[in-house]
Design a protein around this ligand. Structure first.
Ligand code: UDP
Ligand code: MG
Length: 311
C-alpha cells in the first residue's frame, strides 16, 4: 500500500495536536488505497506541544511521528525538516490549527490520480481576517508576480499534496532563507487548484503579527527577485541624468543673466536629496550582501533535538 506523509509544522500548538490527529484519522478511515503518517515538526514551542507529541506517538507509533527542534527556527525551517524526513509516496503540507481542512485530502488524491504532480488548496474568501491584511496580501501577490516572473496564485495556501518527485526537487533547493511558496512555484510541475472556504483556527492564536508578515513578504522578494537591485541602477542613472540637465540649465541661465546667484537653498535641497537616495540605495545593496553572507555560511536550516523517527 502506498503511503502519504502529512507534514505539520507546530509552534505553540498544544491544543491542536490531538484534534488534528483525530480529524486526519477520521478522513483516512474512508481511504482504502493509502496508509498515512502524520509527521509533526515541533518548531521550538514554549508550551506543552512536545509533551503532547510524545504522548500521541506513544499511542499511535505507526501513524504519528515527530521531530523536535532545539529552538524556534520558523515555519519555513519546519517545513524543510518535515519534507526532508518524509519518505511517503505522497506528501501533504498542513497547518496544525485545522485551518487546512483534512477533508480535502480525498479530493487531493483524486487530483494526483488525474496525473497532477501537486494539488494545492486555494482559499476563496478571507472571512474573519482584518481587511487591511487581505488588502496587503493581494498587493503582495500582484507585485511579487510582476517582479519575479513567478506565478503565485491569489489565496493559494501552502496546504498542498505533492508527489515524491516534486518534494525531492524542492529539497534540492538548498537556500537557507526559504520561501516555500516561491520554491514550489520555481520547481515547476503541474499544480491543480481546489477551492475551500476560510476557517478560523480551532485553538491558540495566529503566530503572525503584521510586522512578521511584512518581513515574510520582503523575504519573499529578496529570495526570488533581483529586480530591486535593477531598480537601484535605474534610479541612480535617472538622478545622474537629472543632475546633468540641471547643471546645463543653470549654466545657460548664468550666462544669460550674468552670473546671478541662485542661493544656497537649492544646494541644501540637492545635498539632502542625494544623501537620502544614496543611503536608501546602499540599504538595498546591503540587504543582498547580508543575504549572500548568510547563504555563504551554509548553516543548517534546523537543528533537531529529539525525534520519534528511527535513524
Ligand atoms: N508555525 C511554525 N513556526 C513558527 C510559526 C508558525 O511552525 O515560527 C506553524 C504554526 O504552528 C501553524 C502554521 O505554522 O501550524 C501556520 O501558523 P499560523 O496558524 O499562526 O498562521 P496563519 O494561519 O495565521 O497564517
Ligand atoms: Mg493558522
Amino acid at each position: 500500500m502506498k503511503k502519504i506523509d502529512i507534514v505539520v509544522p507546530c509552534y505553540n500548538e498544544e491544543a491542536c495536536i490531538r484534534p488534528l490527529y483525530e480529524a486526519v484519522d477520521k478522513v483516512f478511515r474512508e481511504i482504502t488505497d493509502y496508509s498515512y503518517r502524520i509527521l509533526y515538526v515541533n518548531d521550538g514551542s514554549r508550551d506543552k506541544t512536545l509533551e503532547k507529541l510524545r504522548e500521541i506517538h506513544g499511542e499511535h507509533p505507526e501513524t504519528a511521528d515527530y521531530i523536535s527542534f532545539s529552538r524556534n527556527f520558523g515555519k519555513e525551517g519546519a517545513i524543510y525538516a518535515g519534507l526532508s524526513k518524509s519518505d511517503g509516496d505522497l506528501v501533504v503540507l498542513m497547518d496544525a490549527d485545522l485551518q487546512h481542512p483534512p477533508e480535502l485530502i480525498p479530493e487531493m488524491i483524486k487530483g494526483i490520480g488525474e496525473g497532477y504532480d501537486c494539488v494545492g488548496a486555494r482559499r476563496v474568501d478571507r472571512n474573519g481576517e482584518p481587511p487591511v491584511r487581505s488588502a496587503f496580501s493581494r498587493l503582495f501577490y500582484k507585485i511579487i508576480n510582476k517582479m519575479t516572473g513567478m506565478h503565485l496564485v491569489q489565496g493559494g495556501s501552502d496546504y498542498r499534496m505533492m508527489t515524491r518527485q516534486m518534494v525531492d526537487a524542492m529539497l534540492q533547493l538548498q537556500e537557507r532563507e526559504r520561501f516555500t511558496k516561491g520554491i514550489m512555484s520555481w520547481v515547476g510541475f503541474e499544480t491543480k487548484w481546489i477551492e475551500y472556504q476560510n476557517v478560523e483556527r480551532i485553538a491558540g492564536e495566529s503566530k503572525w503579527s503584521f510586522f512578521g508578515l511584512a518581513k515574510y513578504a520582503i523575504n519573499g522578494f529578496i529570495a526570488f527577485a533581483t529586480a530591486p537591485l535593477r531598480a537601484v541602477i535605474w534610479l541612480g542613472s535617472l538622478i545622474t541624468l537629472g543632475a546633468f540637465i540641471y547643471a546645463i540649465v543653470t549654466f545657460i541661465s548664468a550666462l544669460k543673466n550674468g552670473g546671478e546667484r541662485i542661493g544656497y537653498t537649492t544646494i541644501i535641497i540637492l545635498i539632502l536629496f542625494m544623501g537620502g537616495v544614496l543611503i536608501t540605495l546602499i540599504g538595498v545593496v546591503g540587504e543582498y550582501i547580508a543575504r549572500l553572507y548568510n547563504e555563504m555560511k551554509m548553516r543548517p536550516i534546523f537543528i533537531e533535538k529529539e525525534s520519534s523517527l528511527k535513524k
